[in-house]
Design a protein. Sequence first.
Length: 418
Amino acid sequence: MRRSLYSISIDREELRRFRKFFVVRNDLENFVTFEAGRRRPIYNWFYYKEAFSPELIFTLLDEFGITNANIIDPFCGVGTTLLASVERNCNAVGFDILPLSVFVSNVKLQRDYDMKLLREKIKEITSLKFGETELKWPDIKFISIKKSISRYARNDLLFFKERIMEIEDEKIRNFIFLGLLSISFRATNLVRDGGVLKIDKSKRRNQIPVRHLLRNKLKRMYKDVKNNLNKFNENVNAYAKVGDARSLGIKSEFDLCITSPPYLNWVDYTKIYAIELALLGLSYQEILELRKRSLRSHVGAEYKIRKRIKSEKLESILENLNKFDVKSPEVLRGYFEDLYLSLRSIYNSLNDNAICAIVIGNACLPGITVDCDVILAELAEEIGFSLKRIEVAKVRWCGVHGIKKERPVRESIVVLET
């Protein structure tokens, strides 16, 4: 992290009110992304760009001196916090509004496989001859399945899913189905470009057959399980559930929260993971309902509960924003209302003297920087949290083209205590 970028990322008002809380953490710069996690067995079974790395969890647990704790992650994504907690002999519970995330997390946490049967079923599935299937792709409206996936790949993905669903052993069925889900996007003509899916014609020329992708993926996953059988304590309990961070309904059960809510980046995860959600079995209407109920970080979310919140920083931004963009104020206010509700729900779930570490990224709009880390800190203090630190792991210029940038944006870990 360049010190000059860090210095200009903090405005005068932030210096006045939060100077003593800001801490530069160059050592965490690579841990607030999933890049380090891509090299770790099991963690890398499903690529999820929005995740942080397990090294972040290990570092925080060491620094907090946490052992044998009960940990919660109310935005668990693909289970990085949960799996890392298990490695450190901590019980963990995760929640996510996306059933895809919950499924991926729980498969990563599975133990006690019948390795002989697993090997047999992998060989059986990947040796199947091509065949027809009775399953159909849903019409998900906002993207054409026919243009996005070749006829052969469309059929193969559903054919393998149908055969996988016939496996009686639930753990093995889930394991192999996760392998199929994880390669499904590679079998398309699509690329994820920021918050949208785009057809990339060049992928058609180099498309690898679904059968080969699946066989190679399952081979690596099987090797990961075989080599890590004794790595995790069987007495540790960790799992994920479908749930809304804004209304967990949990009272004083956890010693630590490590989480990362969706950034204020206008990205709709039900769109960029639409292929996987459709293959999982969700209809267009079900995907649409998930979009409406998701955190209000994008225009498609329509959460009905409103909460008046107090934040000097947010009010200042909203006042200046009106002259730039008439659509943004509603998204911004909704996003921080949802953060407030999530923080309150997290606060209620924690024991006394518990710690909460929240990874969050700032955002940029035309001529305005939205300092989400500072606003989150203000909201947390209003709820009753004590602010300990704002650990700045990364500073960069916003990647949105064609707009005037005010300041660089930070990615921070906001550390709170009950």
